[in-house]
Design a protein around this ligand. Sequence first.
Ligand code: NZQ
Ligand code: ZN
Length: 395
Amino acid sequence: MAFNFEYYSPTKVIFGKDTDQQVGEQVAAQNCKKVLIHYGGQSAKKSGLIDRVKASLDAKNIAYVELGGVVPNPHISKVYEGIELCKKEGVDFILAVGGGSVIDSAKAIAYGLAYDGDVWDLFDGKGIAAPGCFPVGVVLTISAAGSETSNSCVITRAEDGKKRSYNDNISRPKFAIMNPELTKTLPDYQTESGCTDIMMHTMERYFTNGGNMEITDALAEGLLRTVIKNAKILHAEPDNYDARAEIMWAGSLAHNDLTGCGNDGGDFVSHLLEHEMGGMFDVTHGAGLAAVWPSWARYVYKNCIDRFVKYAINVMGVANEGTADEIAVKGIEAMEDFYHSIGMPVNFSELGIAPTDAQIREMAESCAQACGGTKGSAMVLNVDDMEKIYQMANK
Ligand code: NZQ
Ligand code: ZN
């Protein structure tokens, strides 16, 4: 039976070739006084995008300051720097030019500007967003996290390797400019990690034991098949615009809650397991998910067998022959083959990490702590289950 739900996806999407030229117009419509242009390491500067953004703001007489240097698995230290800069400069609109890391850093700055205290409190479960969180806009450069339309924000405190998320609708961006051409400069590993993450956002919502709906499943399965097809195309033809467009739109739809309407909120254990890996080993988020998902799937599938069978047949094209158990396992194996076909890892050694038993226990304890003890819908897992899944992946 479908569960009751609210669907709230207020972000205005401006999608297609050359749409980044509209950034000045979109920011002007926000009636702000001064903008922070926030970006990452070097890609947006090198491609000339930052210069184009500035020219577009100049053309509308919009004042701005800039802050680059956001790293993947973005740090709270950069967020503090952004908050100070925005206060000093009287910034009232944050423009993220980049991917999930830049957008999340922008969201955290926006939270922090309105919050009376240390913004890390939000990520540490000790505070909630204050009303008046500053508005954020996005020029997206990588299809992956879906942060451009999501209510989620993931930040890392590098000092102790804690990577934590905070969700609130108040942080959903006002607009997202999505020009698939901007993603053509991505290294293949980043493109495919992004595709993996996109799929995982919908898979987290698909493998549940509560409230699934036919219409939601149809959207989810169609999205997953589309990403599989186009991820393979991009592995061979990185300049294929149509494939980049399919992936970019899928990235937003996968994480704006559309593919979870009517269910129990999803599973999301794979994400929490990966966040610990990201915090401790600084791995690329999507690749980390690929490395842990097969072990999670083998651990839980019997507890959610109908969904795993449906997935195997409708998404992975497994023949409807044999026992449910055989079909489910074939579906997981087909996922591993797909990951390999796009250069993604399926375990820790392929990911390039080799945690010790003590580190695995530490990650499991931190993960359980982050989710309040237990988590999951395909199967509710505790700290010992999480440790076992990490151990299974550690080969
Ligand atoms: O820093 P630069 O030089 O820009 O390089 C980036 C970075 O190294 C590069 N890049 C981005 N666009 C590019 C490009 N390189 C060439 N050409 C371009 N057009 O790609 C690298 C990765 O960027 P990043 O922003 O980290 O990628 P992604 O979008 O995958 O974001 C990952 C972060 O988002 C979090 C992840 O945990 C991770 O911290 N997530 C956020 C979510 C959310 N807010 O809704 C949900 C996700 O599940 C995820 O947890
Ligand atoms: Zn993700």
